[in-house]
Structure formats: C-alpha cells, structure tokens
Ligand binder design. Structure first.
Ligand SMILES: Cc1cc2nc3c(=O)[nH]c(=O)nc-3n(C[C@H](O)[C@H](O)[C@H](O)COP(=O)(O)OP(=O)(O)OC[C@H]3O[C@@H](n4cnc5c(N)ncnc54)[C@H](O)[C@@H]3O)c2cc1C
Length: 486
C-alpha cells in the first residue's frame, strides 16, 4: 500500500464513486442543528440575564438610594460587584455541573471554556466587592479601608468566613492560570479546584446574615436562595447521583485488553442495558477502573466502537482505545479481566447529535483516530457522502486502520491514508510529500464547505487542520473538534 494516497487514488473508492453522482438526500440534520443553536443562544441569553436580574432585583429593593453620598456610592458599587461576581461563580459551577441540556447544546469542551473564561472576571469582581465595601463602610465610620476591614473581621459575625472565602477564590483562580497549572500534576490542580465549593460555602453566610441586602421578605432573598439551592442540587444530581446510577445500571466489567500497536491498547468491557448508550459513538466518558492504585483516578476516554446492546443471555459490549501517554494510562494496559468499572457520561458533542449537514468529513491523527472509528460506524450518511482522512507517521500509527477501512468499504466512504514525515518549516498538518506535490485540504475534500467536519488529534496538529478547514469556508457550527488535553 502506498504511504500517501493522492486525491485521485483513495484507499478504496468503488462504492463511493458509484454513488457520488446521486442527488443529495433529504436534509435531515438541519432541524436538529437549528434547534441546538437556538438552545445554545437561549442558554447564552439566560446567562446574561442572570447578571441583569441580580442588579434589577437590587434596584427593585431600593439599592440605588445609596448613591446620594460618597460612602453610599462606594458601598453600592461594592454590593453590585459582589452580586455580579457571585452570579458568575454560580454560573461557573452550573457550567461544570455536566448538565445534559448544556452539554447537548454547546458541548462539554465549550462549557468548560466558558467556565474558565469567567474565573478571572469573577475574582476581580469579588476583590472589587471587598475593596469598595471597605472604602464605603470606612468612609461612613471615619476609618481607613484597612482599619475598616479589620473591624469587619473582628466585629461582624460571619465576616471572617467571607475573608476565608476570598483567600480560597484567589487560590483556585491562580492555580487555574495556564502557566501555573502546567507546573503541577492534574491531581493537584483538581484538589485545589475542589476548594471552589468551600469558597462558595464560606461566602454564603455573610450574604444572608450581614446587613439588610437579603433581608427576609425581599425578592432578592428568594432569588438568591433559589439560585444557590438550585446550583447545589444540579451539582449533586449530575456529578454524584447520575454517575453512581449509571455505574450501577450498566455494571461494566473489563472483559479483555487487546494490544493495538506499541503503547496502544483497547479495553473491552461487558455490561448491562447498553442499549441506553446507543448513538454515543465518538462521545467520551470518565472511566474509573476499580482496581488497587486505579480507583481514585478517573480518565476521560472516548468510545472507539459504538456500544453493542446485549441479548437475553448475552451481556452488551463497550470498547475504548487508549494510548499510553502517562503513568496512569500506561498502567491500564495491565488491568485485569473482571475489574469493575465506574463511569460518568457520556459527554461531549463529538457525535451524531452535532450533525447539521448530509456530508461528513472526518480528519484524525494518532489516538484521535479512534473516536472517529466509532462515529463512522453509525452516524447516518448515504454512500459517497463521507470522506475520512487518517494521518500518521506511518501505517502502524493509523490505529484501528484495518477496522476503519472495512467500515469505509461497507458504507461507501472515501478513505485516505496520509502517512509520511511532516513538512518542516510551516504548520502543515499534511505529510511533506503531499505538501510538495501541491495538495491541500480541498484536494481531498473538494466540497468540504458544505459538510460537517470532525477533527481529532494532537492539539497543535488539530489547530493546523482547523485553520485550513475554516479557510476552506466551513462555518463554526459545522466544525466539531474533540480535544484530548485539559
Ligand atoms: C474528552 C477527552 C477524550 C479523550 N479520549 C481519549 C481516548 O480515546 N484515548 C486516549 O488514549 N486518550 C484520550 N484522552 C486523553 C487521556 O484522557 C489522557 O491521555 C489520559 O487521561 C492521561 O492520563 P495519565 O494518567 O496517563 O497521564 P497524566 O498526564 O499523568 O494524568 C494524570 C491524571 O490527569 C488526568 N487527566 C489527564 N488528562 C486529562 C484530561 N484531559 N481531562 C481530565 N483528566 C485528565 C488523568 O485521568 C489522570 O488522573 C482523552 C482526553 C479527553 C479530554
């Protein structure tokens, strides 16, 4: 087999070429895409409105009356900053709660991106809250801001908890900054991140006990109580109850571990009620293998095969394919058959749920090829309406390549194996030979602008692909990218 296939010589073409001339099928994915985008817009609007509601309720309860003096103005600004800051913190928690309506509308990745982007503004607002209040209360009592802060800590019940909360928020945001986060193992970042719950918990008492802001009988009191309780329930339900229920429902057990290539292996599992996971191909779960040294380490891995429901006397089957990229994933190669597995998920939009067009282009490299394998298995398209591009240094790096080829033959997909060293100097994601011969993305997928494009592979490689995909005229809603980094 050639190491690089030119655009006019894909790995196999017969069924695809034969059917490429067929008229396009009914556009069955447009309504689902429209609904998803409408839901995403609605969620965005709800997010903005929550900030507006925080201020509107404060105004409705007579908050603006403080603006008549310097001390009152500072105090009012401090309160508004605190209200919006707290609103952002609750939004961040809701975005991290893995609520299905959020995941299905914007995807897990995007939800976490927004979650991260709110961290700094929330912290700045909470710091401004403390500073303005110290100035405002101090001005009213003839104290400088520092003396006022000490007096608040000492004399006002619950206020010391608010100071502790602020220190915790600072710790969480600082350890989440990319430059700082990269210096620590994931587990350290995760444990510090859990302090967010303590930060919120210690921030709440002073909001209700100090001053008349959330005094009994005000709208604000009920609104904030509902928001805090709703957020707590969502977290408990989706991050604790649902994973426990899913693990119990599916009773997953490792059946065997199969070597795929050096450092790459598939973990096959059996389980119950897997028909409930049908259509999850391409999505990911957090897997917790309940074995010594493993149970405390959840790993995100995508399905590399569509779940197979069981029969009356036969359990269903699931499979993931793992590349040894660190200590934890390497040790999974030795996981024993019979090991029980706890799961959280499925998560993400790298699935049929993201489809918006009849045509599909799938572009994968390295271990990123494996979720494409499961997506390819069941996502609907007519023969001739899908193109798969697999990139690896050589054929052995096209993991599950034989299975993918068989699926492509069966479903009439045009498949290219793009192997060989990368071209130096530029950021091309194609092999050097292809670049030298003048091939571009459009050479392989000429009609890509009207297709859903799924991209999965190493971060830098994927960003080069995405640049070319966008340059080829693919709008954001047709581009679906699964990132394997955190
Ligand atoms: C959505 C998604 C899907 C993925 N799918 C696959 C796949 O199908 N096959 C595959 O081989 N790899 C996949 N990965 C990458 C894989 O999760 C990591 O390579 C693996 O967890 C590394 O663990 P480690 O202990 O070997 O490495 P370390 O870097 O030592 O990781 C230490 C700890 O960090 C956790 N961790 C590492 N990366 C992440 C992360 N991205 N998100 C949350 N926790 C993380 C690990 O679970 C572990 O507990 C995926 C990652 C993501 C985010």
């Amino acid at each position: 087999m050639t190491s690089l296939l030119t655009p006019d010589s894909p790995v196999e073409t017969a069924p695809a070429t034969a059917s490429r001339k067929r008229p396009p099928a009914v556009e069955r994915f447009r309504p689902q895409a429209r609904r998803r985008l409408a839901r995403a817009d609605l969620l965005g609007a709800v997010g903005w409105l929550s900030g507006v509601a925080a201020v509107a309720l404060w105004l409705a309860d007579g908050g603006a009356s403080g603006f008549s003096s310097f001390a009152g103005t500072m105090t009012a600004l401090g309160i508004v900053a605190g209200l919006i800051g707290m609103d952002l913190v609750l939004l961040m928690l809701l975005l991290a709660a893995r609520i299905p309506v959020v995941d299905n509308a914007i995807g897990h990745d995007r939800a976490l991106e927004i979650h991260k982007s709110l961290g700094k503004p929330a912290l700045y607002l909470l710091l401004a809250h403390g500073l303005f209040l110290a100035i405002g209360y101090g001005a009213a009592e003839g104290l400088d801001p520092l003396s006022e802060s000490i007096s608040l800590w000492v004399n006002v019940p619950d206020m010391w908890l608010a100071f502790v909360s602020m220190a915790l928020f600072i710790a969480v945001v600082v350890t989440s900054l990319v430059a700082v986060r990269r210096k620590f193992p994931y587990e350290f970042w995760y444990v510090v991140h859990l302090l967010t719950y303590a930060a919120v918990g210690t921030a709440i008492p002073h909001q209700f006990s100090v001053g008349g802001l959330f005094a009994e009988g005000t709208w604000q009191r009920w609104y904030w109580l509902a928001l805090c309780i709703g957020t707590g329930v969502a977290l408990a339900w989706f991050r604790i109850y649902q994973p426990l229920a899913a693990s119990f429902r599916h009773q997953l057990t490792v059946s065997r571990v199969v070597r795929v290539a050096p450092g790459v292996f598939s973990i096959e599992m059996t389980g119950r009620n897997l028909e409930r996971l049908a259509g999850s191909g391409g999505r990911f779960f957090l897997w917790r293998f309940l074995a010594p040294g493993q149970w405390w380490r959840p790993h995100p891995f995508s399905l590399s095969a569509e779940p197979v429901p069981g029969g009356r006397n036969r359990p269903g089957k699931l499979r993931i394919t793992v590349r040894n990229l660190g200590e934890g994933s390497a040790s999974l190669a030795h996981i024993r058959p019979g090991t029980k597995v706890a799961i959280e998920g499925p998560y993400g939009l790298f699935s049929t749920a993201a489809r918006s067009r009849e045509d599909v282009v799938m572009i994968g490299a390295g271990i990123g090829i494996t979720p494409l394998r499961s997506l390819l298995e069941t996502t609907p398209f007519d023969p001739g309406h899908a193109i798969v591009l697999l990139r690896g240094h050589d054929e052995s790096e096209l993991f599950l390549g034989q299975e993918i080829m068989a699926l492509c033959q069966a479903r009439g997909v045009t498949l290219y194996h793009l192997t060989g060293p990368r071209s130096s100097g530029d950021h091309s994601w194609l092999p050097r030979n292809a670049v030298n011969d003048g091939f571009t993305l459009s050479s392989y997928a000429p009609a890509i602008a009207n297709a859903d494009v799924y991209v999965c592979g190493p971060a830098l490689w994927a960003s080069s692909v995405i640049r070319d995909v966008q340059a080829a005229g693919v709008p954001a809603e047709q581009l679906h990218n699964e990132r394997f980094d955190w």
